[in-house]
Design a protein around this ligand. Structure first.
Ligand code: SF4
Ligand code: SF4
Ligand code: FES
Length: 356
């Protein structure tokens, strides 16, 4: 019998260097179920790999077991650990403490002050306890957009690569609610359906198998829908999965206009805006309100106009008197776009100057 070949002994792996730990203060907003709120501060150790979620778990395990927050996967998949960390909505499991302390330009994170990370529950939602918010309204709005493909007269059976890519863009959503929490339109109008539900709606409007696209677009063009977004870009910035909800909303607006769904304030506003700029290079704001909202709608806004007048913001009703520099260039851009229109539905996320 041949002697068994002896395998060379595996090299012993070098022992990992002990990572140097530093300390940071976590200042956490705490609330009980009666709505009483206070702030608690915790001193917690971290190294280069510590996430906000990891630090919160250390606090819960070693300092205060009553600290309440949601989490499950620890891997940016389940969407349950959304919270308001250092003034932005973020996934706690995806956010590194060291990035918040030192800043991280690539991730658009500014360094915190005084070695202190302020943690609050997500915004625009009722707080149940500590960092846990009531997510029912958020999911209720997602349910309201009928989140499944429906059979109907517009159903197509061929699915091409472009339509797959459109659907895929928004399918990465993990329903974490970060966009909903940072949405500025939601602050003014809690009934606004919100960026996540609208991105989900686009996913179905873009799906060739969907049979009721026009009905969906009509529904989405009503109050609290696509035209209530103020295009602040916050949802694009907040989304940990690069879903870019605002881009999806712009695509929905374009599709709705293309289908002739224009009998609403948002569509009228867009058309007047486009015409004013094309013609004069400047907006005639008083007339824009009249053309968007009609006479009765404008009368109802007189209170707002008076408030603006009180602080000296009275738009010139005759802006056409102004000489707008570069009007020829504006006209050339319009001409170019008329001859070579951009397919807004299929364009990738525009990250250049003037994006959105
Ligand atoms: S862009 Fe629109 S949907 Fe997105 S956060 Fe701003 S207002 Fe909300
Ligand atoms: S769109 Fe992005 S931020 Fe909004 S719920 Fe989905 S994954 Fe979260
Ligand atoms: S724990 Fe699942 S996304 Fe953070």
């Amino acid at each position: 019998m041949a002697a068994a070949t002896k395998k060379p002994a595996a090299k012993k792996a070098a022992a990992p260097k002990a990572a140097s730990k530093q300390n940071v203060i976590f200042k956490i907003q705490r609330s009980d179920d009666k709505g009483n709120t206070k702030w608690d501060s915790f001193d917690v150790a971290y190294d280069g790999s510590t996430t906000v979620l990891g630090a919160l778990e250390d606090i819960k395990g070693q300092q205060d077991g009553s600290l309440t927050f949601r989490r499950s996967c620890r891997a940016s998949i389940c969407g349950s650990c959304g919270m308001y960390v250092a003034n932005r909505s973020r996934l706690a499991c995806k956010t590194k403490v060291s990035d918040l302390i030192n800043g991280n330009a690539t991730k658009n994170i500014a360094p915190v002050k005084d070695n202190t990370i302020v943690i609050q529950p997500m915004q625009n939602q009722k707080v149940l306890k500590d960092l846990v918010v009531d997510i029912q309204p958020f999911f209720g709005k997602v349910r309201d957009i009928t989140p499944y493909v429906q059979a109907g007269t517009e159903t197509q059976t061929e699915v091409d690569k472009t339509s797959f890519e459109q659907v895929n863009l928004v399918s990465n959503c993990i329903m974490c609610g970060a966009c909903y929490s940072d949405c500025t339109a939601m602050v003014e109008n809690p009934d606004f359906i919100g960026p996540a539900a609208l991105a989900k709606a686009f996913r179905f409007v873009a799906d060739p198998r969907e049979g009721r696209k026009t009905e969906r677009l009509e529904e989405l063009s009503k109050k609290n829908g696509i035209w209530d977004c103020v295009r602040c870009n916050m949802c694009i910035d907040a989304c940990p999965k690069d879903v870019a909800p605002m881009e999806a909303i712009i695509k929905l607006r374009t599709l709705a206009m293309e289908k002739g769904i224009r009998n609403n304030d948002g569509a009228r506003h867009a058309m007047v805006f486009k015409k004013d700029i094309a013609t004069w290079g400047v907006l005639n704001e008083p007339f824009m309100i009249l053309k968007t909202k009609g006479l009765w709608g404008s009368i109802k806004m007189l209170g707002d106009a008076l408030n603006l007048a009180r602080v000296g913001k009275v738009p010139n009703p005759l802006p056409y008197d102004h000489k707008v520099g570069g009007l020829d260039e504006i006209k050339a851009i319009y001409k170019e776009l008329a001859e070579n229109p951009i397919d807004v539905q299929t364009r990738a996320l525009d990250e250049g100057p003037g994006a959105g």
